[in-house]
Write a protein that binds this ligand. Sequence first.
Ligand SMILES: NC(=O)CC[C@H](N)C(=O)O
Length: 331
Amino acid sequence: QQALPNVVILATGGTIAGAGASAVNSATYAAAKVGVEKLIAGLPELSKIANVRGEQVFQVASESLTNDNLLTLAKRVSALSKQADVDGIVITHGTDTLEETAFFLTLTVHTSKPIIVVGSMRPGTALSADGALNLYDAVSVAGSKDAAGKGVLVTMNDNIDSGRDVSKNVNIKTSAFSSQWGPLGMVVEGKNYWFRAPVKRHTMNSEFDIDAINALPPVEIAMGYEGVSSIAIDAFAKSGVKAIIHGGTGNGSVANRIVPNLQKARSDGVIVIRSSRVADGFVIRNAEQPDDKYDWVVAHDLRPQKARILAMVALTKTSDTKELQRIFWEY
Ligand SMILES: NC(=O)CC[C@H](N)C(=O)O
């Protein structure tokens, strides 16, 4: 229909495409089973709010996605966003790493058209399945003009969150996704209600462009905890990683016995990025560790898995630690 927006659904798998043996299987089921055509056919309400078509990009549980998958998906989103007959794009995705893909897309796809990443916590076969409404909301937001220019968004549980800020914070409830900075708005019965806008650089305003990125450098994460050894850090450094994200305790603190190992990694050319395993808050430069002296970078408010995404993207352009720190403040 002419008056309706054209929305493309890129399906990648996850619970939103999951199926269980019975309606009471809300947690025991197989992810990534239902194809995109069936997802669309199962939600006839979509045809009232958009001209929807689907593409099956992958059919996987999101914990198994690779860097190559990220590149493939982002390049497809970028190509579609340049088409005059596409007004918005929805990506259906497993929830386990949804926040990583959403952040990657918001850093690298140059468009102001709405891009929405969506998943569900229960398979479509379960009682009170959440996928249908989440997908309806995603298509609705993707087709609305007021969602343009806000970066990649996530619609889960009636909220509209920033793809940069949002994380999976509960692993078993439909209220799984939230951000310490709050949602940008809510979507109710096909209408968007906005309350805030992102201030970090994204999409049109990003210096990174997926059309120019063909490979991502290896970046690994080492956790901090009582009794931590240097085994992981030494192995990562030896393997040739370009950066190590240290998911430290508290304010990004680092056990004194592994500081020399991280210093050695840095002097061998590995970028060291301090983040925190604590869900909320942020890491302050030169607090806990002398970052200036050691030539380390801090991850601002990004959790280790989000810091890894930004590090990979940033390292496609620079390995200068001052530049990397600027990037971590700005994105
Ligand atoms: N709720 C989910 O989507 C989790 C299913 C699966 N582990 C995934 O991330 O794809």
